[in-house]
Design a protein around this ligand. Structure first.
Ligand SMILES: [Zn+2]
Length: 305
């Protein structure tokens, strides 16, 4: 059955207090879904709806970071423990072969499933990688290792891709997507839901949330990021079929605590909406998600090693 995996960088699940932007920003779609904001007070487990806090630290001291957290999520391994510490930004070089070998993308394809990596990668991305101004993220390494195509401007134009900031405003402002003006968060959610008609695993990652938590998007950044995420979820929920499952999670806390601009040690939300929700009810840690996703989309992960 189709599963839409929305990865939000840097979102913890914390209590609803005035220092938690998730509690004070109007989020009509999340509130309608959960009976309140995306906070610890609304943890629940029902037949088609699950919200639970899960551990992102994985037994390794210090605050969780993206480099190792992304590998844990995408490959289902305890990357911080294997690496000996939490590593920010990009996956440790020594763990890249393991990431490629065990990635969700590769194992899903090996089991006969179809995978869509929904993010758009315009030419400026590849230029920046070639010039070593940026390095590829875990998701890009996993996709390339599995031969999952990276979507470009043609797919964006056709409504078959979306930008890491949900609306495409960042790329448009930089001139990277000429003649492709931003879309609304609801439209972005609609696009993602549509990809589940032709793929059993749809993956989308958003870094806006972590950037906002780091204070890089100004004082309105957190509310803007949360509003976009809420609209994305609204568009998804309005266009998913009864067979589709939405899974939303993160790699570490950050955005949920406005008293700091660094990562927190808060648990992260595991939000699952749809028929596969019960399959995630016992998940306690970041590195348990990948195998559960593979099981949910139609096979036992142990059979494809
Ligand atoms: Zn960060």
């Amino acid at each position: 059955m189709p599963l839409i995996f929305v990865f939000l960088d840097g979102v913890g699940l914390a209590q609803a207090d005035p220092t938690n932007p998730l509690a004070i920003t109007p989020t009509p779609h999340l509130r309608a879904l959960l009976g309140g904001p995306l906070t610890l007070e609304h943890v629940q487990a029902r037949a088609t709806l699950l919200l639970r806090p899960i551990d992102a630290a994985l037994g390794v001291p210090g605050s969780p970071q993206s480099g190792t957290g992304h590998v844990a999520l995408l490959a289902g391994v305890n990357a911080p423990a294997l690496h000996g510490r939490h590593q920010p930004y990009f996956p440790p070089v020594a763990l890249r072969p393991l990431l490629v070998e065990r990635s969700l993308f590769r194992r899903a394809l090996a089991a006969g499933q179809s995978v869509a990596f929904a993010n758009v990668f315009p030419p400026i991305f590849f230029e920046a990688v070639a010039q070593r101004r940026i390095r590829p993220s875990a998701s890009v390494l996993a996709a390339q290792g599995a031969n999952v195509p990276l979507r470009g401007l043609a797919e964006l134009r056709a409504g078959l891709a979306l930008s890491w900031d949900i609306t495409g405003e960042a790329l448009y402002a930089r001139g990277a997507t000429p003649a492709l003006p931003p879309i609304t968060p609801m439209q972005a959610g609609t696009r993602l839901a549509a990809l589940a008609r032709s793929h059993t695993l749809v993956f989308f990652e958003c870094f806006l949330t972590d950037l906002a938590g780091h204070g890089r998007l100004g004082p309105d950044g957190p509310a803007d990021a949360i509003t976009r995420v809420d609209g994305l979820i609204g568009g998804l929920l309005a266009h998913m079929t009864a067979a589709d499952t939405l899974l939303l999670t993160s790699d570490h806390g950050n955005l949920e605590d406005s008293t700091t601009t660094v990562h927190t040690e808060a648990p992260v939300p595991l939000l699952v909406v749809g028929p596969a929700a019960p399959a995630f009810a016992a998940i306690e840690r970041l590195d348990q998600i990948a195998d559960a996703v593979l099981a949910a989309i139609g096979f036992q992960a142990d059979t494809v090693q």
